[in-house]
Ligand binder design. Sequence first.
Ligand SMILES: Nc1ncnc2c1ncn2[C@@H]1O[C@H](COP(=O)(O)OP(=O)(O)OP(=O)(O)O)[C@@H](O)[C@H]1O
Ligand SMILES: [Mg+2]
Length: 659
Amino acid sequence: MHWTPEHAQPLNQWPEQHLDVSSTTPSPAHKLELPPGGRQRCHYAWAHDDISALTASNLLKRYAEKYSGVLDSPYERPALGGYGDAAFLNGAKGDPEPWPGPEPPYPLASLHEGLPGTKSASGGGSGGLGGSPVLSGNLADPLYAGNACGGPSAAPEYAAGYGGGYLAPGYCAQTGAALPPPPPAALLQPPPPPGYGPSGPLYNYPAGGYAAQPGYGALPPPPAPPPAPYLTSGLAAPTPLPAPAPPRPAPTSYSFQAAAPGAEAGVSLKRKAADEGAEGRYRKYVYEPAKAPAADGASYPATDNGDCRGNGFRPKPPGAAEEASVKYGGGVPLKVLGSPVYGPQLEPFEKFPERAPAPAPRGVFGVPSGEPPKGVDPGALELVTSKMVDCGPPVQWADVAGQGALKAALEEELVWPLLRPPAYPGSPRPPRTVLLFGPRGAGKALLSRCLATQLGATLLRLRGATLAAPGAAEGAHLLQAAFAAARCRPPAVLLISELDALLSARDDGAATAGALQAPLLACLDGGCGAGADGVLVVGTTSRPAALDEATRRRFALRFYVALPDGPARGQILQRALAQQGCALNERELAALVQGTQGFSGGELGQLCQQAAAGAGLPGLQRPLSYKDLEAALAKVGPRASPKDLDSYVEWDKMYGSGH
Ligand SMILES: Nc1ncnc2c1ncn2[C@@H]1O[C@H](COP(=O)(O)OP(=O)(O)OP(=O)(O)O)[C@@H](O)[C@H]1O
Ligand SMILES: [Mg+2]
């Protein structure tokens, strides 16, 4: 055989190589490369391949013995075949006593016959020792391929067979003395209870029958015992159970898990679906035709009928669908009744002009549920109650165009936890403060109104600039009164827009601004009732960089309200133009959407107003045309520069909650 370097394989691959022993001519290269001493010890892989069959057999035998010694050190290996499989299964591999296995020791004399390459009955196959017809019958089954305890593994060095039968996965080299002897069989298998022994009767009913189990009285009565002919001979017929106890009263509260089944996983899926815009279970966040509402008209078919008042926010009461129908369409049935389907359907946008007069303040605002806190100016409280309560029409999720991911995040992280707070002890409190930041007119106030609607809460609106205008003392009184009013009338959403106007870092250097920061922080800390159950504080700003760290930290959640994307702009424009009696065709609308890139929702509304004003149509004698809008585009443009938008994104990355 001609020797080539590819024969120089490590020993662990050796059995897989074909070993041709037909040639007796030694390779001169081998002789030159191999050191004269230590060849046998260190250079197994370089052993001659031109050797006789007898030499090969002897060599294999010797290597096998050597490796068995290396492997077993310091573990003292018992005689081959000393362990049966049961020894490993019982964890008695360290038992110094030889296990009385039924199999005889492995016949070492036939080891080499199993090696591939030997021109023997094994046929030079790939089975290694395990493939030997002689050994395969003697090897323990199954073969353990490796050592999972991090020690030297048997698998690479004794490929497919050798030693594999001795090393179980997880087997660590250790002395047998370190292991305790196996416990007596009586301990391993406790005796069965009386009456359940192998020789005992099958059933062992107590003589007087079973006593009624407390707490299961509401279960239906058990079936009558089978008639005597069907009972096993010798088996005592069970005594019927006594009459069931009166049913326990239904629980008045429900746990978080019960109230929102699969909330955790479902929510994540929903967010994922919203992010990806993929077809998922929560397709309401992507553009699609409206789905049929739930049978009861509820946004989310809750499995519970409970009314969670843990934090003052309540889920929608039954019959909300009818109420919503009256509110929105004046009796006209709506396609989506309280269902937050964020699709391109126009119905939700058309319902604004048709809305019935503003309903009476929702929640329990009209009936104070709490005492006004001491130290609050009664005049300021009266002012807040009469002037700052938002009585506008409710805003559903579908009324906010676009912002799918943000709406999903608000609902998941704010609305659901507030409506259904976790009931288990030690669970984190739902967030009570949220900051919405983004360009002017992006829809921060609209989203706040939507939050109030979803929570069934009263909305109190404060403007930072208005608070800062009259003077520091009066502004502070108003601020405290607003928080107090919210606390007195839960559930309530307190919206403080232009939050930056209250803080010291103002560009215009308003004198009172800085003075309002301390009262604001005190109120946000709970001093004015912000931490009370049933009060959610929403701060909005278009200058998030003006917020110092103290203020920023007070808002548990911080969400970026971005400018509307193309489809959202199309929706807002359609709705605004429909109010002015203008209907653009598809091409014109697409062109308008294209031309209004970078516009906020507020600016799109201004564009339509400008178009109407430019056309000189105060009374709308003729419908607006595309040309009017083109002309208005020359006058109204986006206010936020790309640099501003970048700074929002940066701030969001640093301090935002992400969505
Ligand atoms: N995504 C939207 N869908 C429908 N209407 C929108 C949307 N975004 C904004 N609008 C409309 O634009 C107008 C301005 O919105 P809003 O007052 O909520 O903006 P804002 O972010 O609070 O602005 P500011 O920073 O000036 O307070 C509102 O009439 C609102 O209805
Ligand atoms: Mg606003």
